[in-house]
Ligand binder design. Structure first.
Ligand code: ZN
Length: 77
């Protein structure tokens, strides 16, 4: 199970990067094919500074990754 220190459920739109907590403008939707069913999605939130960091973290593990504006995630919830 992948988990970043400080990553918490997205009840606030704050960056998921450990120690950041800045307002998140991006939602990163991802899935670990080894442990998640095909219709299961996890979400991380990212500020402008950490979007790329978090996406690369996931892509390095060959996980499917989608990036969308955080406002779209709110609307979908
Ligand atoms: Zn951040």
């Amino acid at each position: 199970m992948i988990s970043l220190p400080g990553a918490e459920p997205a009840h606030e739109l704050a960056c998921s990067r450990a120690g950041c907590g800045a307002a998140a403008s991006w939602a990163i939707r991802w899935r670990n094919p080894k442990i998640h069913a095909a219709d299961r999605r996890k979400h991380w939130l990212a500020c402008d500074d950490h979007r790329e960091y978090l996406v690369e973290f996931l892509r390095a593990r060959s996980f499917p990754v989608e990036v969308l504006p955080a406002s779209e995630l709110e609307g979908a919830a």
